[in-house]
Design a protein around this ligand. Structure first.
Ligand SMILES: [Zn+2]
Length: 52
């Protein structure tokens, strides 16, 4: 399960492996699955990450 966080009244979904936050839950899940399997980040996924 990805972590849900509220910042500035917006909901973000956070990959628990690498800590990147996403606006879409699907992307956070994708990231987390990737991180767990590969122990690294996929730039194609993390480019969608948002700062918060
Ligand atoms: Zn990740």
């Amino acid at each position: 399960m990805v972590k849900e966080e509220i910042k500035n009244n917006k909901k973000y979904f956070v990959c628990e492996e690498c800590g990147f936050a996403y606006k879409e839950k699907k992307l956070a899940e994708k990231c987390q699955n990737w991180c767990k399997e590969h122990n690294s980040c996929n730039i194609e996924i993390t480019k969608h990450a948002v700062k918060f």
